[in-house]
Write a new protein. Structure first.
Length: 183
């Protein structure tokens, strides 16, 4: 393992970069996503995820993609698909105000949590493309934390947006799928 330009860190940078941009250009979007005040448990979870992410970033600096292998040929398209879905979700966050209505179009039409889905698919693809069990572990651990937190986020949104979000819950899959018809 040695530092290289074609290592896995590119995807970690892509994953991290939107949050400071959102914080700078659309702080209200991030504030409305965070909902109510953080509990001690939420703060601890956030610190743990930051520590895991930091460790994964440092590790990814030294993990080369397995160029010219079947690992790379399978993993890269998966990573790019996840990155595209993640990017679409971020784009919607950049474009919309969240104070009056929940996001319901773009990537949010196919998933109530497209950031989490895009992140998972992207990092599973990166793990395959680099043949790294540690990056796969990162993907699984962070998605597990996000999955455990998803119901709480949905309760907050239901409280904030009421019937509008209830209809969205009935229509849109939590993770990924086509919207259902609701009568």
């Amino acid at each position: 393992m040695e530092f290289g330009i074609w290592n896995a860190w590119w995807f970690f940078l892509y994953y991290w970069l939107p949050m400071p941009l959102l914080r700078t250009f659309r702080p209200a979007s991030l504030d409305s996503m965070s909902g109510a005040e953080s509990t001690v448990a939420q703060s601890r979870r956030r610190v743990f995820l930051y520590a895991v992410f930091f460790a994964a970033v440092v590790y990814s600096l030294f993990v080369p993609f397995r160029l010219g292998t079947l690992w790379f040929d399978i993993g890269l398209p998966l990573a790019l698909a996840g990155a595209a879905f993640y990017g679409l979700a971020v784009r919607e966050l950049m474009r919309e105000e969240l104070d009056k209505a929940p996001l319901q179009h773009g990537a949010y039409r196919f998933s109530r949590h497209p950031l989490y889905v895009g992140e998972l698919v992207m990092f599973v693809g990166v793990a395959i493309a680099s043949a790294s069990v540690w990056i796969l572990a990162f993907a699984v651990v962070t998605f597990g934390f996000h999955a455990a937190h998803a119901a709480e986020e949905e309760r907050d949104c239901l409280e904030r947006y009421g019937e509008m979000y209830d209809a969205y819950l009935r229509r849109t899959p939590r993770w990924l799928g086509f919207p259902r018809r609701v009568s």
